[in-house]
Design a protein around this ligand. Sequence first.
Ligand SMILES: Cc1cc2nc3c(=O)[nH]c(=O)nc-3n(C[C@H](O)[C@H](O)[C@H](O)COP(=O)(O)OP(=O)(O)OC[C@H]3O[C@@H](n4cnc5c(N)ncnc54)[C@H](O)[C@@H]3O)c2cc1C
Ligand SMILES: *[C@@H]1O[C@H](CO)[C@@H](O)[C@H](O)[C@H]1NC(C)=O
Ligand SMILES: *[C@@H]1O[C@H](CO)[C@@H](O)[C@H](O)[C@H]1NC(C)=O
Ligand SMILES: *[C@@H]1O[C@H](CO)[C@@H](O)[C@H](O)[C@H]1NC(C)=O
Length: 431
Amino acid sequence: MKKIPNPRVCIIGAGLAGLTSARYLQDEGISFTVLEGTRYVGGTWRYDPRVGTDENGLPLHTSMYKHLRTNLPKPTMELRGFPVPDDMPSFPSWKIYYKYIQEYVKHFDLARHIKFLHNVILVSRVQNMWKVKYQNVLTGEEFEDEFDFVIVGTGHYSKPNYPTIPNEELFTGTIIHSHDYREPEVYKDRRVLIVGAGPSGMDIAIDVAYHSKALVHSHHSRIKFREVFPKHYIRKPDIEEFNATGVLFKDGTYEDIDDVIYCTGFQYDYPFLDKSCGLDLSPRSVTPLYKYMVNIRQPTMVVMGLTVRACLVVALDAQSRYATALVKGNFTLPPQEEMMEEWNRRAELIRSKGRPLSDIHFLAEKEDDYYADLTEESGIERVPPVMFKIRTVDTQAKLESLYTYRNYAYTVLDNETFVRTLEDKNINRIR
Ligand SMILES: Cc1cc2nc3c(=O)[nH]c(=O)nc-3n(C[C@H](O)[C@H](O)[C@H](O)COP(=O)(O)OP(=O)(O)OC[C@H]3O[C@@H](n4cnc5c(N)ncnc54)[C@H](O)[C@@H]3O)c2cc1C
Ligand SMILES: *[C@@H]1O[C@H](CO)[C@@H](O)[C@H](O)[C@H]1NC(C)=O
Ligand SMILES: *[C@@H]1O[C@H](CO)[C@@H](O)[C@H](O)[C@H]1NC(C)=O
Ligand SMILES: *[C@@H]1O[C@H](CO)[C@@H](O)[C@H](O)[C@H]1NC(C)=O
């Protein structure tokens, strides 16, 4: 790929992926536009008490709930060059973290680059250019612009993945997905079934358990949580079927249920990416990507934040710098065949283990190597190894107890080391 003089860049979405990309492109004096469908910055970090559609009739993007606190400690939530405030709790509420994002936008004066209320409806590759079609959501007016690069930052925790369970239509109670979960108070004195034990399933189970009469938790996670749940917590295997009043489980047992919350994850959803973009899009994977982000078939497009099992914010921030260095021409990508070979090797390894292709997005143990790779190739400042080290210790603390892991505070001493202490409870209570 030859260096493009005076490149024009389109950033889609003004969540953390779009905002960090905007900041770095601005630093380099590169011209860009951010297209954002809502009137807000911060994407999923903005809590909205509504469910369904927003004031403009668009599906609500955010999956935030009222009592959410981050599930990673604050050093791993920090955006580069913009220290989190000293008085931020170790695991801040969404409210405190969202304020930090708003301060970031102010500090780097990013709002002037964002076209709010402009929803991208089609991205296609035409004659070596990106054509981006977008719509003013208030007037319906459509626009089309051409760009040299596209940075896709539309997130992937928005489109619910619903399970299909027999006889669901017979059930007379309520059913929602965690995307629409807002607050536990409505479950007072109810018998609630939570399905799934991923991060949302565990977190929402605890949130609801304080209020509900019974908390039935159906999942097949093999993770051994050494959890002391309240007495009214009932662990169940997968669901066999519904009937009008409750749920029959695979082990033949039955529970009366009033309300169901599916914490069954999200689907990747890029309805605006045309076939000509060259990506293989499925609900569980987006492929083929180089370095977990560069569209191999059209390497002037990057898809941000697809890594899972990582310090997501830190990874996003590094990806934004890598994308900026790429646009700037600070480095050149390997030839397409080479990127494709590397991807095939990774995909083959996953297949040989009998694992689903969705694993291709997992960083997990490879997280720190990933940061080293990004730096080696692009010359960006390295994400220090201490981030992965903190995440490793935090993961262990979660296994020990989901009730107490947020009581720890992590302080970075240098690039390699940190200390963990028990957080001052007075700080901890600020929600
Ligand atoms: C409930 C919840 C809790 C989380 N907790 C943590 C945590 O504790 N720690 C952590 O590190 N991560 C956490 N995450 C992950 C979180 O998603 C990332 O931290 C990060 O915010 C992702 O940013 P993003 O910019 O990729 O996506 P988003 O924040 O989803 O932003 C995407 C933006 O794109 C816009 N958009 C979408 N489609 C279009 C379109 N067609 N045209 C124009 N604009 C569009 C949306 O309106 C939105 O503003 C959590 C996620 C969820 C859902
Ligand atoms: C649902 O199934 C359970 C267990 O078989 C049963 O006790 C209950 O009465 C059934 N509910 C209805 C409405 O049939
Ligand atoms: C690109 O390279 C220049 C010169 O070495 C450097 O100053 C700049 O920070 C680099 N940009 C990125 C995004 O890495
Ligand atoms: C920490 O890492 C940064 C970024 O790679 C580097 O600039 C800095 O010199 C490192 N500090 C120490 C003490 O090694």
